[in-house]
Design a protein around this ligand. Structure first.
Ligand SMILES: Cc1cc2nc3c(=O)[nH]c(=O)nc-3n(C[C@H](O)[C@H](O)[C@H](O)COP(=O)(O)O)c2cc1C
Length: 381
């Protein structure tokens, strides 16, 4: 299969406390701004193209302190030269005109390196405790779509007007308009999430998945996008545990699970039922997550990036072959593991990509080869 572009790498910014797994295992990860600036600089040096700053407002499920995502992203952008930072935002907490203005200015300040992750939400208490209306699941996606429409309208048109169920604007001309509009990412597994991605998003983020699951997400959303004459790119979440031996990496994973903070994990599991699992088709994110999946907020263990640098690089390439364009990674000890991943795994992935591009019939290993073939088989009508 031809590879049109090299796989891109992103990492989760630890802008909330408690690290990226809900476990009492030691995590040498900090949510301090200074630590995060060091991570961002290291990440761009070793080959990460993006960072994702998550959005949380209230103490929740191990994240007792949270730094706001747009301001934190701007700080990281100003401290780096090439890294693109994706700031997560909830449409029910912002007026899109205000965010559009923030983004236009940020593009000027940062050489056009801001991106946005438009999140339609699962954490009802955050909205209701802050006095904001929590619409039903699919209505939140309608709200998000109007939000995106307004962002793009004021970024690109003079005298822009929009009248909708959630947001209105009349005769708006922004100066400056961004020379490069921020890329718009979006997650979610529900039918409403996928339909919105097909209609308006540049990127569709998936929770951690098997090769077959990722291939299915790519297929479904690509088909929806094609109905609208569009293409969408795909990001996949994964939690990477790269160690000298596979046994060592697997032992760390089992220790994370064994030391999971049960009360917090179960609380998170209950709260995410507000996601697409609450819809009629029950097809939302976390709908089939088990206890061990929920120890990493976005099912990251399911991607199985656990092993030696060589094993992980081959598995990463398998995901590229089933249509993943960007791998979003979480780590236990973020700074040291971002650096190690960049130094040990990314060069191996680049080497494998180069061999493929040269026409070599790459053997990723029987199990992976078979999984890639099975995942990319045409689906019977
Ligand atoms: C990679 C990724 C990152 C996300 N980041 C956030 C976040 O920072 N804050 C948040 O409230 N929701 C976040 N979400 C949640 C989604 O935007 C969405 O609300 C949730 O997946 C529910 O989807 P569904 O009900 O449509 O399946 C994220 C989802 C994904 C896949």
């Amino acid at each position: 299969m031809p590879l049109h572009e090299p796989l891109k790498f992103a990492y989760w910014v630890p802008n909330v406390s408690g690290g990226l797994v809900v476990s009492t295992i030691e995590q040498r990860t900090s949510h301090d701004p200074a630590y995060n600036v060091e991570v961002a600089k290291a990440a761009e040096r070793v080959g990460f193209e993006y960072a994702l700053t998550q959005v949380r407002y209230l103490a929740s499920y191990g994240a007792d302190a949270q730094h706001e995502s747009t301001s934190f992203s701007l700080a990281l952008l100003l401290a780096t030269e090439r890294l693109k930072v994706i700031a997560a935002v909830h449409p029910f907490f912002w007026h899109p005109g205000v965010l559009a203005k923030f983004a236009a200015t940020t593009q000027e300040l940062t050489d056009n390196r801001l991106a946005l992750n438009i999140v339609s939400g699962w954490f009802k208490n955050e909205a209701t405790q802050l006095g904001v209306t929590w619409h039903e699941h699919d209505d939140r996606y309608k709200q998000s779509e109007e939000f995106i429409e307004l962002l793009r309208g004021v970024w690109s048109e003079d005298g822009y007007s929009q009248s909708g169920d959630f947001f209105n604007a009349t005769d708006i001309t922004f100066r400056p308009q961004p020379k490069v509009a921020p890329e718009l990412f979006q997650g979610g597994n529900s039918s409403a999430a996928q339909a919105m991605a097909g209609r308006v998003s540049d990127w569709y983020f998936m929770n951690g998945k098997s090769l077959a699951g990722a291939a299915q997400g790519v297929r479904e959303v690509s088909a929806l996008a094609a109905q609208n004459g569009r293409t969408v790119r795909f990001g996949l979440n994964g939690f990477a545990l790269v160690r000298d031996t596979r046994e060592e990496a697997e032992a760390v994973l089992e220790e994370i699970i064994a030391k999971a903070d049960r009360t917090k994990v179960e609380g998170f599991g209950a709260a995410v039922q507000e996601a697409g699992n609450s819809t009629k088709d029950g097809k939302g994110m976390w709908a089939d997550s088990e206890f061990r999946d929920l120890v990493q907020y976005n099912d990251g263990f399911r991607t199985g990036l656990v092993g030696t640098p060589d094993e992980v690089a081959r598995r990463v390439l398998a995901y590229r072959l089933v249509g993943v364009d960007l791998l979003l990674l979480g780590f236990l000890h973020v700074k040291e593991e971002v650096e190690a991943f960049g130094e040990l795994v990314i060069p191996r992935v680049r080497e494998l990509e180069a061999r493929l591009a040269a026409g070599e019939d790459l053997q990723l290993g029987a199990e992976l080869d078979e999984a890639v073939v099975a995942a990319t088989q045409p689906v019977p009508a």
